[in-house]
Design a protein around this ligand. Structure first.
Ligand SMILES: NC(=O)c1ccc[n+]([C@@H]2O[C@H](COP(=O)([O-])OP(=O)(O)OC[C@H]3O[C@@H](n4cnc5c(N)ncnc54)[C@H](O)[C@@H]3O)[C@@H](O)[C@H]2O)c1
Length: 388
């Protein structure tokens, strides 16, 4: 039996479930030495914490995250709680010498995120932020094609994340289910919640974003707050569109909203370069569309009568992660992105190669988010300060 990785899960909501699923499956699908042990699940409500722990197979539960952070039989703290709690839990976990897997965005602001980076770097604990979309095999394949030089000089990057679930003005804000609409808990609206993912993927594929100019909008200005029972101003961005300059000279267009009637999670990206283009849509996440203008192997352009978009069904054994799953032609889904991320984290522990995105890397995304929010207020271009 290999070494154990004993998990302390904080939060039992959407991500608590998605991550628990990944922990349960890791040793079935990936040949890592560490054995995952679902040690403690934590939530403030005792009944719910007990039920969650029992349902997912955690050995015990706690109602105070501090006890989990301090527990000698826990190796990894997984932060699956709302954004306003990330900093306190992460810093305490780093001081206690625990490995940390933290949900995105790293924090609400850069000022809040920086001490988290300092804490993990001072203590030297392995850390990762769950920007799981990098681990969609088709997006990982996009990275591979870019690194192989198949796109050539990049000109354009465009990316959307569109939803429609907050259009009704009588949706309240705050509290357990709707903390995303409460700026105190979330830090921002679609920028931190949705665009943070797109920004992380964009900088992974296309390098640092140096400047942004944004238009943000709050369509419903007041909502009933579930914690105070009063109608209060809404402080989050309901929608955000921004232009970006990348350090490599290409330009980016990003859009996110929770007001795109009919869209639940339309998440897309497209990249256009001198030698080719790439296109991805989360609703058909097993495909990567590729337009090859210049053939890498010959350096010649594809003859025009056979030139066209190619739809790659990303299910072959040689595609990223796919040799861990089924036979060619059979697809995997959303939940596997967390499994793939976890597998990379554990493999990184074993090889000594630090997994990305770590806290420092996620701080760069936080910087872009903050510049976007700032630009949304002033209408001016804002330098992101992202490290090259
Ligand atoms: N990677 C992704 O694709 C993705 C998707 C959704 C959410 N997220 C992120 O994951 C985090 C959690 O989001 P979610 O959708 O799972 O939220 P959720 O509302 O479904 O769950 C949050 C959980 O945190 C618990 N909680 C809140 N405060 C706590 C405290 N002080 N101590 C212990 N437990 C506490 C709640 O009881 C709940 O179980 C957020 O940071 C969010 O941005 C990431």
């Amino acid at each position: 039996m290999g070494k154990q990785l004993r998990i302390g899960m904080i939060g039992y909501g959407f991500m608590g479930r998605a991550h628990s699923n990944a922990y349960k499956r890791l040793n079935d699908f990936f040949p890592v030495e560490h054995r995952i042990v679902l040690q403690v699940a934590c939530a403030r409500n005792e009944e719910k914490a007990r039920a969650f722990a029992s349902n997912w197979g955690y050995q015990r539960f706690e109602t105070d995250w501090r006890k989990v952070v301090e527990a000698p039989d826990v190796d990894v703290i997984d932060i699956c709680t709302p954004n306003d709690t990330h900093q306190e839990i992460a810093i305490a976990a780093a001081r206690a010498g625990k490995m940390i897997l933290c949900e995105k965005p790293l924090a609400r602001t850069v000022a809040e995120a920086q001490p988290m980076v300092d804490a993990v770097e001072q203590s030297g604990v392995p850390n990762m932020v769950w920007f799981n979309y990098r681990r969609v095999p088709a997006i990982s394949l996009a990275k591979q094609l870019i690194d192989e030089g198949r796109i050539g000089r990049p000109f354009h990057y465009r990316s959307n994340f569109l939803q429609d679930w907050t259009i009704a003005p009588d949706v309240p804000q705050g509290g357990a289910a709707l903390w995303r609409l409460d700026v105190q808990a979330a830090g921002s609206g679609v920028t931190g919640d949705l665009l943070a993912h797109n920004i992380d993927t964009a900088m992974w594929l296309n390098g640092p974003i140096t400047r942004v100019v944004a238009k943000t909008e709050t369509f419903v200005k007041e909502r009933m707050h579930q914690l105070t029972g009063k109608v209060e101003p809404v402080g989050i961005d309901d929608a955000c569109a921004f232009l970006a300059e990348f350090a490599n000279g290409s330009i980016g267009v990003f859009e996110s909203t929770r007001y795109a009637r009919g869209h639940k999670a339309l998440k897309t990206l497209e990249m256009n370069g001198a030698d080719g283009s790439l296109s991805f849509n989360l609703e058909e996440c097993e495909y990567l569309d590729f337009f090859e203008y210049t053939q890498k192997e010959t350096g010649k352009s594809t003859e025009s009568h056979v030139r066209g978009w190619r739809r790659i069904h990303v299910t072959n054994g040689e595609h990223p992660y796919m040799n861990r799953y089924w036979v060619p032609g059979l697809v995997i889904g959303y939940e596997h992105t967390f499994l793939n991320a976890l597998a990379d984290f554990v493999a990184g522990l074993e090889s000594g190669v630090k997994v990305q995105p770590d806290f420092r890397n996620a701080l760069q995304t936080q910087r872009v988010c903050e510049a976007v929010i700032q630009s949304g207020r002033t209408g001016a271009w804002v330098a992101t300060g992202v490290e090259a």
